[in-house]
Design a protein around this ligand. Structure first.
Ligand SMILES: [Zn+2]
Length: 459
């Protein structure tokens, strides 16, 4: 007979009711919650049962990061993501990335876009018990066009095979790739809806696919039983995607009223992924290659996103929570919970609403959606035990020392931080300098010693 685990909780936040209830007990049977109620009325422990005392702590469901790119390697450059590392190395670092995310209190993730089939492979390795990691809902390479994200390199280079994007030269080709990805076991298929060119007079980005093409691809993805998920910061891409009935629009920063209505009509979720924008604004340094232009673009987008997403929310559109981890400014396991703070600061969520969104609501599209969904009877026992009150201060979830315990299907997760190595993840970039050292720069900016050294070099 499977033994039970009785967990006394100081405050229990089930992720559904939106409030914390004091002095509750959870009884787990195997990996599942079997009983929840006041500690005073809890079943008594039998021989063989385990009792855990969190009676001074805040217990909530495990968080979900619906936008984590585990194969990206905390990249400094696009080339880091696409070019230099072998697929084998990327797979190994993805495993470490997934574990870092789990250790920070996220028991499930969605990975929309990876190299090859890395995310589905890591998902499967975790699911058969080879290694511990979060529950993963995985996609493969994101479909794009010559007008879209992921086709970064010159046309004479194209989109190399190990890229996280895959070029669709025609609709026949797009449908073939969709069918292949479905065959290869992805859960979700990602479409790149933003183009790279903007319409004149502030008309925003031109979508990478036409409305008819978007419909054709989404219909085929849904026919094959997969999730259709899209990247769309621009108005037009978000509108086409919502009209085609996609399941998730990532970013949706410039979604218009027609897009909001279409999202409502089709039950499309929006996943703002604001932590990346916020970090790009807060963390930029003058020495960053992108410093002269990038933070301002991010600031403008954050303003637009805040405005438009609040309108979408007021209209009744549903939200997922995802931080877009995987870049150098959003390293895995570091800033995931900052997305909850961003939902509070920029989209008007209360802390309780942000936690409900990042826990129960964000399970709605996952592979395990029928078994997950809050700390209630019959659901998997994925939970976070917090030293502190995230309802009073949502940022407490970002503090490693406040994450007292993480349980995945009732099993404690080892919270020992994964070792970090300076060149662990971005080992392969060929970039060597961040500026051109012409004589004018050297004369005006470098110390006299460095300038002397430079002058001594042969011309
Ligand atoms: Zn992304």
């Amino acid at each position: 007979m499977t033994a039970r685990t009785l967990i006394a909780c100081g405050e229990l936040f089930d992720g559904i009711s939106g409030r914390a209830v004091p002095d509750q007990t959870l009884v787990l049977y195997g990996d599942t919650i079997d009983w929840v109620g006041p500690t005073a009325q809890a079943p008594t422990a039998q021989p063989g049962d385990t009792r855990i005392d969190h009676s001074t702590r805040f217990v909530m469901p495990g968080m979900v990061d619906c936008h984590a790119h585990i194969s990206y390697g905390n990249a400094l450059t696009q080339e880091d993501i696409d070019l230099y590392a072998t697929m084998e190395f990327r797979t190994l670092r993805s495993m470490v990335a997934a574990q870092a995310i789990l250790k920070s209190g996220f028991t499930s993730i969605m990975d929309p876009a990876c190299s090859g089939l890395i995310a589905p492979a890591v998902r499967d390795a975790i699911n058969v018990g080879l290694v511990q990691g979060p529950r993963i809902t995985a996609s493969g390479r994101a479909l794009t066009t010559q007008q879209g994200l992921y086709d970064w390199y010159p046309s004479w280079v194209g989109v190399p095979e190990p890229s996280t994007g895959v070029l669709t030269g025609s609709m026949d080709e797009a449908i073939r790739i969709i069918r292949q990805q479905a065959k290869d076991g992805v859960d979700a298929i990602k479409l790149t809806m933003d183009g790279i060119h903007a319409r004149r007079n502030g008309g925003g980005l031109i979508a990478a696919y036409t409305q008819a093409e978007t419909h054709a691809m989404v219909d085929e993805i849904h026919r094959l039983g997969k999730l259709a998920v899209v990247h769309a910061r621009g108005r037009e891409g978000a509108l086409y995607a919502a009209r085609a009935g996609v399941d998730v629009i990532f970013h949706a920063s410039n979604i218009c009223d027609d897009g909001i209505q279409a999202a409502l009509d089709h039950g499309t979720y929006l996943c703002p992924s604001l932590a990346l924008l916020v970090n790009n604004i807060e963390f930029h340094e003058p020495t960053d290659a992108s410093a002269p232009w990038w933070p301002d673009i991010q600031r403008r987008e954050l303003e637009a996103a805040s405005r438009n997403l609040q309108r979408a929310r007021a209209a009744g559109v549903r939200f997922l929570s995802g931080s877009e981890s995987g870049f150098a400014v959003t390293p895995h396991g570091e800033w995931g919970a900052k997305e909850l703070e961003a939902h509070v600061r920029h989209v008007g969520f209360t802390p309780a609403e942000a936690i409900c969104c990042a826990t129960v609501e964000s399970t709605k599209l996952l592979r395990e959606r029928d078994k997950l969904g809050g700390l209630v009877k019959g659901k998997l026992a994925d939970m976070v035990v917090v030293d502190g009150d995230p309802l009073a201060d949502i940022t407490v979830l970002q503090r490693r020392e406040a994450i007292h315990a993480v349980l995945l299907g009732g099993k404690p997760v080892d919270l020992t931080p994964a070792p970090t190595h300076a060149r662990h993840f971005s080992e392969f970039s060929q970039a060597m300098w961040s500026r051109v050292y012409d004589r004018a720069y050297v004369a005006s900016h470098l110390s006299s010693k460095a300038a002397d050294a430079a002058r001594r070099q042969p011309a």
